[in-house]
Design a protein around this ligand. Sequence first.
Ligand code: SAH
Ligand code: SF4
Ligand code: F3S
Length: 464
Amino acid sequence: MTKKLFIKTWGCQMNVYDSARMADVLAPLGYQPVDEPDGADMVILNTCHIREKAAEKVFSELGRLRQMKDRKAETEDGRMILAVAGCVAQAEGEEIVARAPFVDMVFGPQTYHTLPEMVAKASRAAGSVLNTDFPAESKFDFLPEEAGSQGVSAFLAVQEGCDKFCTFCVVPYTRGAEFSRPAEQIVAEAKRLVAGGTREITLLGQNVNAWHGDGPDGSTWGLGRLIRELAEIDGLERIRYTTSHPRDMADDLIRAHAEVPQLMPYLHLPVQAGSDRILAAMNRKHSADDYRRLVDRLRSAKPDLAMSGDFIVGFPGESDADFAATLKLVTDIGYAQAYSFKYSPRPGTPASVDGAQLPEEVKESRLAALQQLLNAQQVAFNHGFVGRSVPVLFDRVGRRDGQLLGRSPWMQSVHAEANERLLGRIVEVRVDAALANSLAGTVVTGEYITASPLQPAVTLEASA
Ligand code: SAH
Ligand code: SF4
Ligand code: F3S
């Protein structure tokens, strides 16, 4: 009998990847994904603990789910297994069990390969199954192969965890120590993805460029070498990686940007702040000028490289001058796109007990000023593409009929009227307009479209 599985995912791409793997683990038990929690046989909240709001949402969501669970208990098919997974589960597992005893399973990011046992236990007994261990074995050695196609653009986790201990961040505590998956395992997964129709793979890791492994030749590989290996896979047209740390940007990885055509010209390289005093207090172990020089080297290797980043404003003790240094750095670099956040004190992190916490209004106004600058850069970046033709990998159908959505090499979302048979293909699109977060374009007719090993190349008719 098939059972309905609903997974709600918060947080980073690693959580998106984990949710897909949880579904794979549960598929042999008869669980099939559905789009609605109401009536589901199992609901998993895959949570994020990075900022305060993220964690709060979990408890409010649990309140709503409890009612659905109670309603289901009164029906014939009975029981909804309710689970909290991910980084809030890891950090606050015991509190969840205490505050929400109706939750059946609470498990951290490193234990979900044991879901079959947890489900069996939860089905037998009342009370919550709590599993927030950091097991000695790697879950990756136990996960089943992906159940079905992972889509045109797919994530592949290559590295997990963090040893950097930035003073504001919970990730080293919720994800554990840095771990690199073996190269062979990654290449095998990539080949399966491509055989299933994937054309673009984004390699994931909390510090993805810290990835290292033993190559088949016995030498130690870094991420650059791994990317070169993946680029050999027939049918894999695009490779990306995220998130990188400035201190792990090896020369060979920089060279790969110049030498591997499949490696896309877009890099998410968080810097967090532009003041050396704040960077030191954050334990970033690099200066603002180190970052500037690094971006210079990257752009010498790949002149059209689009930069993205993460910023925190209102870190404890941040002065007006410190914040001005962040604005200066943003102006110097010129971002295609970036994320910015108000500092959020996280339990258990050193910065949260710093006496120099800033008032909310200061954080608010700095965030507004920074976002205004970043938005202006993004708009300018996107406007520069109007009238140009860009190769777009269509990866999904758009909201409007007859429309496909895809991405440019520089991560811009591009939508255009296009026939569905162009899904999974790279097509030249002329950009007609730049909107705040996307580009609107027209498929260039008569253009040759990249062949994929599964489908022959086609030439577009005027109607495409
Ligand atoms: N591993 C990545 C990022 C992980 S978290 C890196 O090192 O860059 C994603 C982003 O969330 C961070 O880059 C940071 O900008 C933000 N962030 C993390 N902790 C935060 C906190 N306590 N308050 C506000 N933003 C935070
Ligand atoms: Fe968090 Fe810093 Fe590690 Fe990134 S490098 S995950 S910000 S501790
Ligand atoms: Fe959030 Fe955990 Fe990712 S805290 S950002 S889900 S690593």
